[in-house]
Design a protein around this ligand. Structure first.
Ligand code: AMP
Ligand code: GLY
Length: 421
């Protein structure tokens, strides 16, 4: 089989490594891929949002199955366009990807179908939003409606901060049209859990839970990033909570999307907060998380391609989705300065062991040498019989990856370890 994977980050590298385990897979094309992915797939310089070019490439190269990994092409309708040419795909169509593409849509969906989430108000008028903030409970959370590269959420600890956030989104339009509508919502507290799930629109099979580390620096300080490391499973996500989430959140969400005529197929990501009043949805993503995928897929014992095809064909119920009961930890190496300004172009070296355990994100090949080209550069994943072992191994192996100007957090998994004790 010839497979096409749209995207070019650490998540796509992890997906490609898992797909390669299937013996029927002949060639995997990555569009655009990256310098590290080039070791595992044929990288083609077509951007993830260049949908007409992606479709033309898929037809010319006899693609049997396509995996659309990032949010942008999903929201823009890459799956619809590929399916229209008869190419089966993993991922939701645009009318279902809106569950991530519009916060207003997802909040209204949850309200309509009684799915637990933070209380909220929607505004498309700045003056009304500012007036509301005169009396809203503080802290409060301001969210731009559309995709904003993961930066469209601001937690405001004072009224002035909240109003500044509203002005920057609605008047200065720092997120462009994504800020034309905003959500102002209740500030929730509790441990966060990421649960990725496979769904064919009929049944939902959750993957092993995970914990992201969003802040740039140790002890959850510094700016919000795309994620500086992950562990799986997440110790806060007990079997009792999992059962409750299935009943109160996962199944109702699948049913709600069907009732709206927006059947969701692919990977539905539940960003949950375990509040004193029970688990609540912080956000939905219409795709695999990054860097959650880098710990979740290495624990998948079933064949990824088979499971993906079952979500497309509607046969997920009878398809086994089995995970190892071991632990995984992924440590991200980033360019110093990320998530704001950073230098790039530094050569990357890896030991043979590190290469096997590392998913490459922000790197490109320059005259055959792998050099840094992004903020998050690599993610090194190790598996252990215990969480402690997985963390120690991930850091030990990560020592074998090096480039100038790098930094990493030194406490990935520590909060999870404490929760276990
Ligand atoms: P998101 O971009 O939706 O993942 O939000 C980024 C982060 O903001 C989340 O991972 C949470 O830590 C935090 N967050 C979002 N919504 C809320 C909320 N209502 N209460 C508290 N924290 C939140
Ligand atoms: N790691 C969070 C995300 O992929 O959105």
């Amino acid at each position: 089989m010839n497979i096409l994977v749209v995207g070019g980050g650490g998540r796509e590298h992890a997906i490609i490594r898992s797909l390669k385990k299937n013996p029927t897979v002949e060639t995997i094309y990555a569009l655009p891929g990256n310098g590290g992915i080039a070791a595992d797939a044929v990288c083609v310089p077509i951007g993830a949002k260049e949908i007409p070019q992606i479709v033309a490439f898929a037809k010319e190269n006899h693609i049997d199955y396509a995996v659309v990994a990032p949010d942008d092409p999903l929201v823009l309708g890459a799956v619809d366009a590929l399916e229209a040419e008869g190419i089966p795909c993993f991922g939701p169509r645009a009318n279902a990807a809106i569950i991530e593409g519009s916060k207003v849509f997802s909040k209204d969906l949850m309200k309509k179908y009684g799915i637990p989430t933070a209380q909220y108000e929607v505004f498309d008028n700045m003056e009304a939003a500012l007036t509301y903030l005169d009396t809203a409970p503080i802290p409060t959370v301001i969210k731009a409606d559309g995709l904003a590269l993961g930066k469209g959420v601001i937690i405001a600890n004072t009224r002035e901060e909240a109003k500044d956030a509203v002005r920057s989104m609605m008047a200065d339009r720092v997120f462009g049209s994504s800020g034309d509508h905003i959500v102002i919502e209740e500030f929730l507290t509790g441990p966060e859990v990421s649960v990725l799930s496979f769904t064919d629109g009929k049944c939902v099979k959750p993957m092993v839970s995970s914990m992201d580390h969003k802040r740039a620096r140790d002890n959850d300080t510094g700016l919000n990033t795309g994620g500086m490391g992950t562990v799986a499973p997440n110790p806060y996500y007990t079997p009792e909570i999992a059962e409750r989430c299935m009943k109160e959140i996962f199944l109702p969400t699948i049913a709600a999307m069907n009732a709206e005529g927006r059947t969701f197929k692919g990977c539905l990501y539940f960003g949950l907060m375990l509040t004193p009043n029970g688990p609540k949805v912080i956000e939905y993503n219409c795709r695999f998380g990054d860097p959650e995928t880098q710990v979740v897929l290495p624990l998948l014992e079933s064949d990824l391609l088979t499971v993906m095809q079952a979500t497309t064909n509607g046969t997920l119920e009878e398809t086994e989705v089995r995970f190892s009961d071991k632990h995984a930890c992924c440590v991200i190496l980033a360019s110093d300065g990320y998530p704001t300004a950073y230098k790039k172009g530094f050569p990357i070296t890896m030991t043979r062991e590190a290469k096997e355990h590392t998913f490459v994100a922000g790197a490109k090949l320059e005259n055959g040498t792998l050099v840094t080209s992004g903020g998050r550069v690599t993610g090194t994943t190790a598996i252990g019989n215990t969480l402690e072992e997985a963390i120690a191994e991930a850091y030990r192996i990560c020592d074998g990856v090096s480039f100038e100007n790098s930094y990493r957090r030194s406490d990935i998994g520590q909060r999870a370890l404490q929760a276990l004790k």
